[in-house]
Design a protein around this ligand. Structure first.
Ligand code: BG6
Length: 520
């Protein structure tokens, strides 16, 4: 298939804002669960890059909090993390300056008495560094500690100040079903106002995810066709080639529906499906997202399928099956793949199916959204291509590649030159983010951390959104928990998932698009 690359002209690039120019007030970022992987791999590298980009205030402090008495070891370890995961040279002299902002405070999260000490330590660090009352608490702990930390912060009066901004960032998973999410929302909101709460979904920090909104709402040509009159269906795939990466105990309790579909994929869906917000501010954007989710009727159990990978080949290497992974039940019923078919009952989308699938150990890593358009009302060229490379006219597609090779492709039919008659072949116009703007190094956390420090909730989940999504998926999770799947494993590692997922679309006369990635 022929592909035309879209390039950005250098003159146009000059008009692109190079960075978000807002800078937060001096403040203290307190990371609970700081000895975990997330802090070292994502948060600290992101903070370092923010500082280098001139996006952090001169005076700021990072305080890692975890149980072990790490002392100065913590800052050293974070330095290593920035080098290893942030792509920074070990000899970079700016690193030493950055590391001076890192502190550590040992605390057992459920030790109520320890929080008074934390409070005075934060006040001391703030005073020493010329920082006012701004505090951002980042909860990167195991989920069972979210509630005790929040309660203890509240008990010490660390949830509000007269002169400054206090926020709390909460990592996923936000609950494990509707009841637990409601309870957690209740606990959070009994200490913090909703406008202080930042429920993180790192997909919203991805440039390409934010670009869905720009694609739809900064261009006049797509919106008129973005509806049931022109769109046949939408497919969203989040395929990972990796397995569970040693996270057996976590994944056994999670599974693909909880881990990816209920949150990351529903965020993607909302950006594709929402109505245009009246402005790009938190309330307007989040209101439209919630409205789109609320229009989804409950998903019949027959429209949800699950799978688990057995051994197979991924990228030319043999890999073990899920049940053989470390600390996984050898008879586990946990799904490593899930797919659903849902509809959105509103004027824009009535009758347009959305198919979502997510899986581990699939053929390749690719997160993509495909909008498939309806065929023209009369296929006048069809009968003219009974032979040759293109025997059937293909529908138009807009493909949004979230990762890797971030970009957007538009597929349309073109006349094959130098052939008798009117042979039509699909061709692609392809916009490649890296080619147009240069490689982005951001891991999503930069944007989200900065927004949280600035108090901008646009790219964070609202309590209503979290609950609507849990309400949608809890009945499926419950039904699956009641009935263990009979034939697990049901797909080989290195494939596109189980047959039942194919049947989900075949019933509607459709197929999954499996040639994902950049068009050839
Ligand atoms: C996390 C899940 O939220 O997202 C992981 O817990 C998954 O299981 C990861 O691998 C995928 O994120 P990304 O950014 O690599 O697509």
């Amino acid at each position: 298939m022929a592909t035309v690359q879209m390039k950005v002209h250098p003159d146009d690039l000059l008009q692109v804002p190079q960075a978000n120019e807002r800078i937060p007030n001096p403040g203290v970022l307190v990371i609970f669960g700081a000895s975990g992987d997330l802090t070292k791999r994502k948060l600290l590298p992101a903070l370092y890059h923010l500082q280098q980009g001139g996006l952090l205030p001169q005076n700021f402090a990072i305080v890692g909090v975890a149980r072990r008495p790490l002392g100065d070891e913590f800052a050293k370890d974070m330095r290593e993390g920035i080098i290893e995961f942030g792509g920074v040279e070990a000899s970079d002299p700016k690193l030493d300056d950055f590391v001076k902002h890192i502190n550590y405070y040992p605390l057992s999260f459920d030790d109520a008495n320890g929080y008074a000490g934390l409070k005075s330590e934060l006040d001391r660090i703030a005073k020493e560094n010329g920082i006012g009352n701004d505090r951002l608490f980042y909860l990167a702990t195991a989920p069972e500690y979210f509630a005790p930390i929040i309660e203890n912060l509240g008990a010490q009066g660390m949830n509000e100040v007269d002169n400054g901004r206090i926020g709390v960032v909460i990592e996923k998973p936000f609950g494990h079903d509707l009841d637990s999410a409601r309870e957690l929302n209740h606990q959070v909101n009994s200490v913090f106002h909703e406008n202080q709460v930042f429920r993180i979904d790192h997909y919203l920090g991805k440039e390409t995810v934010q670009n869905i909104l720009v694609f739809r709402f900064a261009n006049g040509i797509f919106e008129p066709i973005w509806n049931r009159n022109y769109i046949d269906h939408v497919q969203i795939t989040a395929a990972e080639s990796i397995g569970i990466e040693g996270r057996g105990p976590f994944y056994e309790k999670a599974g693909a529906l909880r881990d990816i579909i209920q949150n990351h994929m529903m965020e993607l869906l909302s950006f594709v499906a929402m109505e245009p917000p009246s402005s790009f501010d938190a309330e307007a954007v989040r209101r439209e997202k919630v409205k789109a989710w609320q229009a989804i009727p409950s998903i019949p159990i027959l429209n949800a399928v699950r799978g688990q990978y057995g051994p197979g080949m991924v990228d030319g290497k043999k890999v073990i099956g899920y049940r053989d992974e470390e600390r996984v039940d050898p008879e586990s019923g946990t799904e490593t793949f899930a797919a659903v078919r849902l509809e959105i009952e509103n004027w824009r989308w009535a009758g347009v199916p959305f198919y979502l699938r997510a899986g581990k150990r699939m053929k390749k890593r690719a997160t993509e959204i495909t909008i498939q358009f309806k065929q023209p009302p009369l296929l006048i060229f069809n009968r003219m291509q009974s032979s040759g490379p293109c025997t059937e006219i293909q529908p138009n597609l807009i493909t949004i590649r979230i990762q890797p090779d971030d970009g957007i492709a538009l597929r349309f039919g073109a006349k094959v030159p130098n052939t008798p008659g009117m042979a039509v072949c699909p061709v692609n116009m392809d916009f490649d983010y890296a080619q147009a703007f240069g490689q982005s190094r951001a891991n999503g956390y930069e944007r989200l951390l900065l927004d949280a420090m600035l108090g901008d909730q646009t790219l964070f989940s609202h309590r209503d959104g979290v609950e609507v999504n849990w309400a949608l998926y809890t009945p499926i999770l419950q039904a699956w928990a009641r009935k263990k799947p009979e034939v697990f494993p049901n797909y080989f590692a290195g494939t596109w998932g189980p047959e039942c997922a194919d049947r989900l679309l075949e019933r509607d006369g459709r197929t999954w698009r499996n040639n994902l990635g950049k068009p050839e």
